[in-house]
Every structure is written in C-alpha cells, then in structure tokens.
Design a protein around this ligand. Sequence first.
Ligand SMILES: [Zn+2]
Ligand SMILES: [Zn+2]
Length: 308
Amino acid sequence: MYPASTRSENRVKQFEDLHDSTNWAIIQHDGWHLPGTFEKHDWCGKWAYRGCLNVAGHFHNETFRGMGYLKTFQRSCFRADCEICMPKWMGRSSNKATRRIETYEKQSHRKVKHIVVSVPKWDYWLTKKEQSKKAMQVLKSLQCVGGAIIYHPFRYDRPLKEWYYSPHFHVLGFGWITGVAENYSKNGYFVKNLGTRDSTFSTFYYQLSHAGIKKRNHSLVWFGDLSYSKLEVENFDNDGMKCPICEEKLHELVLIGDISHKPPDTDIELAVDVDDFAIVKYERDEEDEREDYNPRLEIMKQILNETF
Ligand SMILES: [Zn+2]
Ligand SMILES: [Zn+2]
C-alpha cells in the first residue's frame, strides 16, 4: 500500500492514460458509451461571478468595509457527455453519492464495501437491464442490503490502448458476510471483493470516469436500503452559497464598471467596488440550477459580449 499522495497521483495518471486510448470517443454498445465525448455548449467552462453587495453588513470586517464580496466560478452544464464539464459532473455526482454512503454508514454502523460483479460471456448479448437484474440477484444471495451500482460496459486493454466490450458492475454496498465475497460465483456471475483501500469519494470519482453513459439511463443507481424511498439524506450544505462576511445569500454578479476591473479568469475571492457590479436577476432562484442553462443568462451574456 503506497502513501495516499502517491496513490492519488497514480489515479490521475491512470485516468489520463485511459482517456488517451485510441477508441475512447468512438466505442459504443447498444447506445452505451464513455463519458466526455460530446460537444460542449459555448458557455461551458466560461468564468462568471457570484457575490454580495450588502455593504452595510460588511462594516465589521476590515478588508470588506465599504466593499462587496465576489467569488469567481466556471459555468458548467454538469453533463456526463460534455467534453468540458465531465470532471464537474464526476465531482458533483461523487460528492452526492459519498454523502449518501456516509449517512448510511453512520446510521447502520457498517462500513461500505467495494465489489465487482462481472457478467459471464454467454450473457453478453443481453441488454444492460437484463444483465443488471441478474447481478442484483447475485447481490441478494450475498445478503447485500443495498448500495450504489455503476455499470461499466467496457474494460481497458492497456498494451493495446483499447477499450473493449466486457460488461461488469461496480457496487459500493453494505451487508454481505466478510469472506464470502472474496471469491464467489453464482450462475457464472463472478464476484470480486476490492476491499476499501481508497476513500469513498475517490472510488466514486474513479469509477464514474469510465462509467457507461446512455440517454435516459442513470450512470449510478441506488438500490435496497439506500434507495431514494428508503434513505433520506440531508440536503446539500449551502454554506458555500452564503456571503462569508454577512451570511446573506450570494447572487450572480455581472461587471458593469470599467473592463479593467474585471476579475481574473481563475478561482479567486475578492473585495470589489459595489459600483462595478450588478446582480443578475433570475426567473427561478433555485440554488441547484444556478449554474445550469438559463435563457435570461444567455441574454445577459449576449449583452456582455456586445459590450466588451
Ligand atoms: Zn458542459
Ligand atoms: Zn455580504
């Protein structure tokens, strides 16, 4: 076992390797394909700002006295298919999934396990739905009470630098008896226990990086005790959306002052002159949808492009 830092560097390298493969963008099976292979929107990855212009509430803070607070961010469509936003999709999905796993770990006093269920060759012609039905039966027979399941239609041939169809399921789940899952086969569905060497987040992140993607299908499915109907998970902690100085809700901001006052295209927090920025008005004001497509925002952007 290597130290954690080396491990994550290896992960990054491994991931770059995989993406450099010859057929990442073209391999597909029954509509299933790898993430990050479709075109971005023209606004994906563009820098934008949110912040707080509540000067009165900033009086107590020396740095921000008389000033507004601004934080940069990159717009994202959060689609698995987007060539630019794929890592953001991976990050957001892994965060949500990790919270769900950790909630259950706390409630059940159990530790999550990572196993792989491989589909036998003679079932390769079945649809994903049929394969996953069989995989679920195997999980049931192992007394798995629930978890997350990620479909991987492809495996990677490193020497050939090629992906090939070899369907299997990664499961982060709970409840099977230790030892049984070390080496277990039922109806030819082979189960391999991968242990819990990495953090839950990095496991999800890595597994999603080459997960199967298909329209109208979820890349990550919850089942059993961890399904949406059975486990309630506290909502996303929105503190990041609050002004760190006065705790008012942050708004999207647009530069109306001189172009020389434009914040740099990088992750940064700044004290800004409130006369330089205006609040963008949204039709819907839902936190989760802020970074998603919004027609009003598109209009604002057109105005911006014309101005600068
Ligand atoms: Zn995108
Ligand atoms: Zn504030």
